[in-house]
Ligand binder design. Structure first.
Ligand code: SAH
Length: 321
């Protein structure tokens, strides 16, 4: 079978799949570029991971490049958009390794399958495994399985920033905790939190597609009664203005800095904040902002170029023994 057999193509292509190979350094700018143009801002980052069978030592395999992929609606996208993207990639390619833009025309059903091909069963924490609905997986004794149909929302669980956040969640979550997930994407962290023992998770995202996808994924995992999802963020007008035992925010550094006061307000003394999505070069800026806001730095974790930071709420009460 060849890729396209002209006599089998009976409809006009509905989607244009754009993909490019690039090095780790280029992933963030290429993803930002694709997110600006891609349908609903959806981007898939496929990093070639290696991982021990027990889930430890997750690492990007540097011998293989990262692939960044998105889809644009073929009929609504003027050809100049593709030229603009190609031009922007060329500029990025002068500083870092960025391959040729690959364009593939997809019909509606191919499009769904293209997402499925790249997304199977993965261990993303010590105990948390994600699987797509079309994959079978027999869970091990202490394994927690999150079934995700990521749709167009970010959060297949495979991004290093998500893995760092899951590891933080596994370490910090106490049974019965109340959790806030800021920038929930596909809901992967919110669902994992409930399956790991949270009493209740409130989840927010500024993207309606993420809110929809998270609701669907929560229902699919049988935790809809413990995950409340709303469109919005933290700070002024926040849909969930309270405080939480544990706050998770896996968003890029610039946005985390913008959200500092809103996030800090959600973490009471004794509470914990896990920040992720921070590219290493922006770590110091994030740390300055959160330390200025009165949060107490606990530790950092890193996977490739991505950093996660764990903070305690302000002036945690001292234990008298
Ligand atoms: N929590 C998921 C998804 C992270 S992607 C995971 O860990 O895999 C980051 C998400 O943050 C995106 O879905 C994006 O829409 C959302 N986001 C971006 N800016 C935001 C803001 N200011 N407030 C809330 N969510 C935001």
């Amino acid at each position: 079978m060849t890729e396209s057999e002209p006599d089998t193509v009976t409809q006009a292509p509905a989607w244009l799949e754009l993909s490019v190979e690039c090095d780790t350094e280029a992933v963030e700018p290429v993803s930002e570029l694709f997110a600006r143009h891609g349908y609903n801002g959806g981007v898939v980052i496929e990093e070639p991971f290696t991982q021990d069978p027990d889930g430890d030592n997750i690492a990007v395999d540097p011998s293989r490049p990262v692939v960044v992929r998105t889809f644009v609606a073929a009929t609504d996208t003027p050809p100049t958009v593709v030229d603009e993207i190609r031009e922007a990639l060329w500029h990025l390619g002068r500083l870092r390794h960025v391959g040729e833009l690959v364009l593939v025309e997809r019909r509606e059903e191919d499009w769904a399958n293209a997402w499925k091909e790249h997304y199977r069963v993965h261990r993303i924490g010590r105990r948390v495994v994600v699987r797509a609905p079309w994959h079978d997986h027999e869970p091990a004794a202490d394994e927690v399985v999150v079934e995700l149909d990521p749709g167009m929302a970010f959060g297949t669980g495979l991004h290093p920033s998500t893995k760092l956040c899951v590891l933080g969640l596994e370490d910090e979550l106490r049974p019965g905790a109340r959790v806030l997930d800021v920038g929930t994407g596909s809901g992967v962290l919110a669902i994992a939190a409930v399956l790991l023992g949270a009493a209740r998770v409130d989840a927010v995202d500024i993207e309606p597609v993420a809110v929809r996808t998270t609701r669907e994924n929560a229902a699919r995992n049988g935790v809809a009664d413990r995950v409340a999802v709303a469109e919005g963020s933290v700070g002024p007008g926040a849909p969930f203005p309270g405080t939480y035992d544990l706050v998770l925010a896996n968003i890029i550094a610039r946005v985390l800095v913008d959200l500092t006061s809103g996030l800090a307000a959600a973490v009471p003394p004794g509470g914990t904040l896990v920040l992720s999505g921070i590219i290493e070069s922006r770590e110091q800026a994030v740390r300055r902002a959160f330390e200025d806001a009165g949060l107490v730095f606990d530790r950092r974790t890193q996977m490739e170029d991505w950093v996660a930071l764990v903070y305690r709420g302000p002036s945690a009460p001292t234990m008298s023994r």
